[in-house]
Design a protein around this ligand. Sequence first.
Ligand code: FMN
Length: 463
Amino acid sequence: MTTSGSWPDQPDLRGWLALLAERGDLRRLPGPVSGDQEVAAVLASCDGASAVFFDDVEGAAFPLIGNTVALRHHFALALGCPDHDVVRRLGEAMATPAPLVEVPLRDAPVAAVEENGGDLLSDLPLPVQHEHDGGRYITSALVCARDPRTGLTNLSINRLQVSGPRELRALLLPGRLRQIFDAHEAQGEDLPVALVIGVDPILTLASQAPAEADSDDLGIASALHPRPLEVVRLPGHPTPVPARAELVLLGHLRAGRRAQEGPFGEYPRTYGPGGPAPVLELTRRFRRAQPIVQTILSGGREHFWVGGLPREARLMTALARAGVNAVGVRLTEAGSCRMHAVVSLRNAQPGVAFHAAMALFAALAPLKQVVLVDDDVDVFDDEQVGWAVATRFQADTDLLVVPRTRGGGLDPSAGPGGVTAKLAIDATVGAAARGEYAEMRSAVSDPQRLQSLLDQLVPALDA
Ligand SMILES: Cc1cc2nc3c(=O)[nH]c(=O)nc-3n(C[C@H](O)[C@H](O)[C@H](O)COP(=O)(O)O)c2cc1C
């Protein structure tokens, strides 16, 4: 395994892996491993703990990396900011994308090798992730397409089922890629796409910018990177692509063609159904000499956070637009960073919590439960949030149920068309009443005095 360069000088997957290795957050499996669920089982066992580099996935010519972001803190590390600043940085970049730097083809690491036609998929480590999945999937590719309305580049991640040596089937849920594809198809035109595989976590995050942010997703990544993003124009594709990616597959989503895709284990950690899906035919492959292929474990924490953090940024923007003074927002891991949120409010006046909840529900369809707390409660501490609900909430007055609204589509408990009820729990009391509801404490005025007492503690057997 080579991990040349170091973050942030080389904002690419290899630089990122070098940084993870330095921190002890990257583990390596040298021995042979089957792509048929073994890779995914190892990734699931290391979920939330470390990235895993697989040297030898049976039948594959190249190595594989998974769990490239294994901790929420890794995003702060990638962005070079404190943990609490990640969502604000994302919101700023989504509002203000930065220019790109175009490098010539000969200087782009991703264009070291060009392969035309032939079998473009069989030598790649593309695992079967779950027991009842429809087959092998690409789960990390940034689908890069030109929006004809704006000329800007859209990035998205779409599950891509392998259905032949040059053929994939793509799940396109409602979003900008779907709109772009529909517009092409209405004209009887295929949509050219580039599948960009093996990138740093900032690029992956930028791919999750919400559809209404009508901006250049590569520009969002550029604004978040320590230096402007290097891109390259590959022959035969209309958008620039990240020059330091590991591998790019070029092809077309075919107009008027559908074929069976799925089922596939999805973010709620249940199976998403199969059905007819657009067909993607590949024509060319560009890659580094020894590319590191990337997989994202579907339903793992990387999947949760990569999709969840830009959505947290979207929720903060929605609250600001609704005139709500929110301090913290978290889409919880228990709710797959899509379905459950905790939001802390500063000095919430009567009615503000439910006002905030409605703004949140409208901003994010899959969101079905919001707990609103005061700003003395840490939204990242489940025990504190549970305490606030236990001591500041009454179900007859502080509960709001909104029936029959639009949900996320993959929630197995939702009705036909994803229609779902939404629940808001108002566990705020506002600053005026805080004294009455404050958490009791044992007051030791000098924290150093307490620390010196703690330092004197010894195991009882040695006392
Ligand atoms: C790991 C992962 C897998 C995803 N799979 C899909 C998918 O199969 N289909 C889909 O439409 N969206 C999927 N998404 C969500 C989209 O990538 C995301 O909503 C994106 O912002 C959509 O972009 P668009 O509105 O520009 O098309 C996935 C997200 C992640 C992080």
